[in-house]
Design a protein around this ligand. Structure first.
Ligand code: BDR
Ligand code: CA
Length: 305
C-alpha cells in the first residue's frame, strides 16, 4: 500500500479525486490538508469534512491550511465549482471536525515521521506546500514522490497562459518548483483528456449512493466547461499515484512566470534539458480508458460501503 497525503481545495474534481483515493485498495490515505482555492478555506475545509464522512474514510485527519496566496489578490473559481464548491450539492452535515494544528505543520511532521514513505499529492494552489518547504526544506528529502495537478506546457484555463492552481499562487508554485525535488506535473495537457462523457455519466448513475454526489457534481461541472464534457483534472494526479503506468512523463525544467502582465502563473516548460538538470517530470500522455476503469472501480467500492 502507498501512503498518500492529499493537499486539496474541494472543489468538484478534488471531491472526485478523494473518492478515487478512498476507494483504492492500493492507497493508505494518511491525511487530507486543505487550502483556499476554488472557494474559501472555510468552504474547502467544510467540504473535505463532509466528503470524509460521505465516503466513509474513517479517521483520516482533515487539517486546514492557508486561506490565501502568499502574495497578490485571491483568485477563486466559484463560477466553475459553484458558490459552495460542490456544484450546489448539499452533503449531510459532518459529525467530526478538523484535527488540531495547521496543514503546514501536519505535512512537515507526517513526512518527518515517515521518511521515504509518503507520496504527497497537491491538487490545489501550492500555498501550503511552499510554506512547508520554506519552514522545513528537508521535506524534499523525506517525501517518496511529489505530484501536482497544475500547470501546462501548451495552454491555460484560468487565463490563456495559466492554469488555475498555478495562477492562484504563482509565487508559491515558483518556490515549489525550485525546492530541489522532482515535481511530477500533471497539467492540463493530459487532464483535459479525462472527460466525463455521456457514457461515463451512465456508469456513474449505477454507483449506488455515491451516484447522488458524483452525477450532479459532474453535470454541474459540465455546464460550465467547454472541452466536450467536464475534465476531472485532480483525479488524474491521484490515478498516477495508484498506477504510474497510466501517464507518459518526460523530464523537463519548469519555471513559473510570476510577473507577466499576460502570463502570470504560466509554467514555462523546457524539454531541452541537456544543459540543465530537470526539476520536473511532465505528463504528456494519459491512457484514458485505463484511467476510467481504475476510477470507476474505485467509485464502486466507495458506493458499496
Ligand atoms: C484545477 O483548478 C481547479 O479549479 C480544479 O479543482 C483543479 O485542481 C484545474 O485547473
Ligand atoms: Ca483542485
Amino acid at each position: 500500500m502507498k501512503k498518500l497525503l492529499i493537499d486539496c481545495d474541494p472543489g468538484i474534481d478534488d471531491a472526485l479525486a478523494l473518492a478515487l483515493a478512498g476507494g483504492s485498495p492500493e492507497i493508505d490515505l494518511v491525511g487530507i490538508t486543505t487550502v483556499g482555492g476554488n472557494v474559501s478555506l472555510e468552504l474547502t475545509t467544510a467540504n473535505a469534512l463532509a466528503l470524509r464522512e460521505f465516503y466513509r474514510l474513517g479517521d483520516v485527519p482533515v487539517t486546514p491550511g492557508c486561506a490565501g496566496a502568499l502574495m497578490g489578490e485571491r483568485v477563486r473559481a466559484e463560477s466553475v465549482h459553484g458558490a459552495t464548491g460542490l456544484g450546489g450539492v448539499e452533503l449531510p452535515a459532518p459529525v467530526k471536525g478538523v484535527s488540531d494544528g495547521h496543514a503546514v505543520d501536519f505535512i512537515i511532521e507526517t513526512l518527518r515521521a515517515n521518511p521515504g514513505e509518503i507520496t504527497l499529492a497537491a491538487v490545489g494552489p501550492l500555498t501550503n506546500i511552499a510554506m512547508a518547504v520554506r519552514r522545513e526544506p528537508r521535506i524534499v528529502e523525506w517525501v517518496r514522490d511529489f505530484v501536482i495537478m497544475g500547470g501546462s506546457y501548451t495552454r491555460g484555463n484560468h487565463t490563456p497562459a495559466a492554469e488555475f492552481n498555478i495562477r492562484a499562487d504563482p509565487e508559491a508554485a515558483s518556490i515549489v518548483f525550485r525546492a530541489g525535488w522532482t515535481v511530477t506535473m500533471v497539467g492540463l495537457d493530459v487532464t483535459l483528456t479525462a472527460v466525463v462523457t455521456e457514457a461515463i455519466l451512465d456508469r456513474m448513475r449505477t454507483l449506488g449512493r455515491l451516484a447522488d454526489l458524483v452525477v450532479p457534481i459532474s453535470q454541474f461541472y459540465g455546464i460550465v466547461t467547454a472541452e466536450g464534457g467536464p475534465a476531472i483534472h485532480d483525479a488524474v494526479a491521484v490515478a498516477h499515484v495508484i498506477d504510474p503506468t497510466l501517464l507518459t512523463c518526460v523530464p523537463a525544467v519548469v519555471d513559473v512566470e510570476t510577473m507577466g502582465t499576460y502570463t502570470a502563473g504560466m509554467t514555462v516548460t523546457d524539454f531541452r534539458i541537456d544543459e540543465r538538470t530537470a526539476n520536473a517530470s511532465v505528463a504528456t500522455g494519459l491512457d484514458v480508458d485505463r484511467f476510467w476503469k481504475l476510477t470507476l472501480e474505485a467509485f464502486e467500492r466507495v458506493g458499496e460501503r
